[in-house]
Structure formats: structure tokens, C-alpha cells
Design a protein around this ligand. Structure first.
Ligand code: SF4
Length: 76
């Protein structure tokens, strides 16, 4: 899965949401979240993010971000 990280906070761009083929972005008041069970790992959102906030969970120490994204995606 890809995950939204802290650079997303207060970023006003939603270019990533528009390109996602499976609509797995969820919008909160100040940030976005990707539902990790819905993301198909296509990677098209990553280069669209001007804040460099979207990272693959294959990078080190991403477990907490996966859980953050899951928690908020399910709430929103
Ligand atoms: Fe959506 Fe693809 Fe980004 Fe996953 S990697 S959030 S499926 S655009």
C-alpha cells in the first residue's frame, strides 16, 4: 500500500485524489488518508503530490503510518 504521511497536513492540493483509479483516498479536515486495504499499489498518486507526502509502505518504519491511514480512512 501507499500511505499519506505528515507532509500532507494542511496541504491544500488534492491532485492525488483525482488520479486514484480505485478512489481509496479519504478526506479529513486537515489531511488525507489512504485505505490500505483498498489501495492497489499502482503508484500513480505519488508523483502528483506537491508535498511529497505519499510514500510506499516498503520504505523503513512505515507501520505506524499504515495504521494511521487505516484508522482515519475508516473514520472518514
Ligand atoms: Fe490510489 Fe494507486 Fe495511490 Fe493506491 S497507489 S492510493 S491505488 S493512486
Amino acid at each position: 500500500t501507499y500511505v499519506v504521511t505528515d507532509n500532507c497536513i494542511m496541504c491544500k492540493y488534492t491532485d492525488c485524489v483525482e488520479v486514484c483509479p480505485v478512489d481509496c483516498f479519504y478526506e479529513g479536515e486537515n489531511t488525507l488518508a489512504i485505505h490500505p486495504d483498498e489501495c492497489i499499489d499502482c503508484g500513480v498518486c505519488e508523483p502528483e503530490c506537491p508535498a511529497d507526502a505519499i510514500r510506499p509502505d516498503t520504505e523503513p518504519d512505515m507501520e505506524a503510518w499504515v495504521e494511521f491511514n487505516r484508522k482515519y480512512a475508516e473514520q472518514w
